[in-house]
Each structure stands twice: as structure tokens, then as C-alpha cells.
Design a protein around this ligand. Structure first.
Ligand SMILES: [Zn+2]
Length: 153
């Protein structure tokens, strides 16, 4: 299932990407562009805007109810039946920043592009095919997993 998030839902978009979902997001997109993209790419349009959700062209649309990203994420995961890994295991398949695909990369390749203490202490790295950002399982991952485990026990 592919998604498209409106300008109000940037944080939700990031969390859905952490769960491995394909979520297009650009705060510059106007309503017409959102509807067009949703239609053209078969993406579920996630929106907080009731007027947008009621538009005739908004057939593939989910009106997100909560004000807070935690409630929003729970709603989307439940309604769309998204699999959340055991204990909030992170998929590491999508770039949180740009939605690009993450591919495993050599430690030698990233060696001079991450802090020395990171390359010394980690073996596994992934890189975004779009923005080239490098990912590894750092301490922030434990924090993210903790939040996911709490939200989806
Ligand atoms: Zn990226």
C-alpha cells in the first residue's frame, strides 16, 4: 500500500517510513497536486483536511482524525492493517527523510562519511539510493523501537 501525506502530516509520514511504508510527502504540494498524484500513482491520500477528503476526486483518501502523530499513526496502522514488527523492530527499508529505498552498503564505502566512532563500532550500514544518506543501527534506533513497542504492544 502506497501513501501520500498532506502538508499537516509530515511527522506521520516519517513514522510510516520507519515502518517501511512508501509515503510521498512534500509540504509544497497543493490540493490539486495531491489529488492528481494520489490518482496517478494509486496512493492513499492521508489528510487532516475534511474539505479535501470530501472532494469528488478524493476517492482514495483516509481522513486522519487525531491532532498528535501518535494517535495518527495508530489510526493508519489499524485501518490499513500495516504490519508492525515484533517489539517495534525497524524495517530499515525506506529513507525517513526522502522516502528513497535503502540498500546495504560496504563499511569501506561509508568509512569517511560517518563519524570515526560510528564506523569503528558498527558493521552494517545502509544507504538511501536517492539522497545518499547513510543509516546504521545507532542508539536512536532503540528509542524508536521503544516508542513503537509502546504504541503497538
Ligand atoms: Zn533519502
Amino acid at each position: 500500500m502506497k501513501f501520500l501525506a498532506d502538508v499537516m502530516l509530515g511527522k506521520l509520514a516519517r513514522w510510516l517510513r520507519i515502518l517501511g511504508c512508501d509515503v510521498a510527502y512534500d509540504p509544497a504540494w497543493e490540493d490539486e497536486e495531491l489529488l492528481e498524484l494520489s490518482h496517478r500513482e494509486g496512493r492513499v491520500l492521508l489528510t487532516r483536511d475534511t474539505r479535501l477528503a470530501c472532494r469528488r476526486r478524493a476517492q482514495n483518501c483516509l481522513l486522519v482524525a487525531g491532532d498528535h502523530w501518535r494517535e495518527q499513526l495508530k489510526q493508519v496502522v489499524k485501518v490499513c492493517r500495516i504490519e508492525v514488527g515484533k517489539c517495534g523492530a525497524i524495517h530499515f527499508s525506506r529513507c525517513v527523510e526522502c522516502n528513497g529505498i535503502l540498500e546495504p552498503t560496504d563499511k569501506a564505502t561509508v568509512r569517511y562519511r560517518v563519524p570515526a566512532h560510528i564506523s569503528d563500532s558498527h558493521e552494517e550500514f545502509r544507504q538511501c539510493l536517492e539522497c545518499r544518506r547513510i543509516y546504521w543501527r545507532g542508539t536512536h534506533c532503540q528509542a524508536i523501537q521503544g516508542i513503537l513497542a509502546e504504541l503497538f504492544p
